[in-house]
Design a protein around this ligand. Structure first.
Ligand code: NAD
Length: 294
């Protein structure tokens, strides 16, 4: 059964300023600073969120130990971690939440009193997005496309929400098999398997979760046959650039209930802000602002 993330947070000293950031590669276009800083300002916090792009610095994952130590030395309170460092950061942390450990990826690191505490807010962002905007959809049988980094978080969310049977499709069949095995070990044998016949699986499914890069800028196209889209199939997308992917456009035209990837992006940021500061953000305000800025 679904339960909101109940991770204990160490509150900041009242009135302290907050310094957070994002480690990643090629992150010039990220919307995270705007999301975090606007909401923090509305909450009355003095909060700076600084992206640290490793690409122009000519750095890769081997620089993570040094860059984390530098962030601590400069007084950062927390960091988001994005592509390609979500796995590589794990051995450098003092603690990792149970969910992040199970997913095998950390996207949020809280820095407190010399300790580095890792979390994954991507899975919670996807789960909360679905719970808010498609609360009543059937979860008996769900097909998921994509078993990479986002796919691991989203599959964890779907099973936590109570999906009965999750069927994974990935161009890399071994990756889908490996993720299915890991999920079955945690959530119970037989709940996840690889799709041998995508069209046949879609014909029997209640919903489709799209967690591959197909549809994002630079990766146009449809990840499933267009004929699979029918009014009784709901469709949830993780891609949010653009917000309306070809899959969502076609699914809406076919009469499907749909969910775009923007909500997941906003909700993972909201939960990271809460973990960084101990202050609960106004999620509706964050969602409204994200939609207005799109
Ligand atoms: P990744 O490279 O780790 O994994 C992508 C997977 O998709 C790979 O396993 C690949 O084999 C598979 N794949 C590619 N094309 C496919 C196809 N046509 N059919 C089936 N499988 C296919 O990438 P990722 O980090 O998982 O990111 C995937 C997408 O999720 C990106 O577009 C990213 O922007 C998005 N994302 C969104 C959010 C959000 O908050 N909304 C968060 C994280 C990632």
């Amino acid at each position: 059964m679904y339960a909101p993330q109940s991770v204990p947070v160490t509150p900041l000293t009242p009135r302290a300023s907050v310094l957070c950031g994002l480690f990643g590669t090629d992150i010039a276009g990220t919307r995270s600073p705007a999301m975090h800083e606007a909401e923090a300002a509305a909450l009355g916090l003095r909060y700076v969120y600084r992206p640290v792009d490793f690409a122009p610095l000519g750095r890769d994952a081997s620089a993570l130990p040094e860059m984390l130590a530098a962030a601590e030395a400069f007084g950062f309170d927390g960091l988001n971690i994005t592509h390609p460092f979500k796995q590589a950061v794990i051995p450098l942390l003092h603690e990792v939440s149970d969910d992040a450990r199970a997913i095998g990826a950390v996207n949020t690191v809280v820095l407190r009193q010399g300790r580095r505490i890792g979390h994954n807010t991507d899975w919670w962002g996807f789960a909360e997005n679905l719970r808010r905007f498609l609360p009543d959809v059937a979860l008996d049988r769900v097909v998921q496309v994509g078993a990479g980094g986002a796919g691991a978080a989203v599959a964890h969310a779907m099973l936590t929400l109570g999906t009965g049977e999750l069927v994974l499709h990935d161009l890399d069949a071994a990756r889908a098999e490996a993720l299915a095995a890991r999920l079955n070990a945690r959530f119970g044998a037989g709940r996840v398997r690889r799709a041998a016949d995508l069209a046949g699986e879609l014909a029997r499914a209640d919903g489709l979760v799209q967690a591959s890069p197909v549809g994002m800028q630079g990766h146009p196209g449809l990840p499933v046959p267009a004929e699979a889209l029918r009014p009784t199939l709901w469709v949830a997308e993780v891609v949010y650039f653009p917000l309306e992917t070809e899959l969502l456009r076609r699914a809406r035209a076919a009469g499907c209930r749909t969910l775009d990837g923007g909500g997941m992006a906003v909700l993972q940021a909201a939960e990271a802000l809460r973990l960084f500061t101990g202050v609960a953000p106004d999620i509706d305000r964050m969602l409204r602002r994200f939609a207005a800025d799109a």
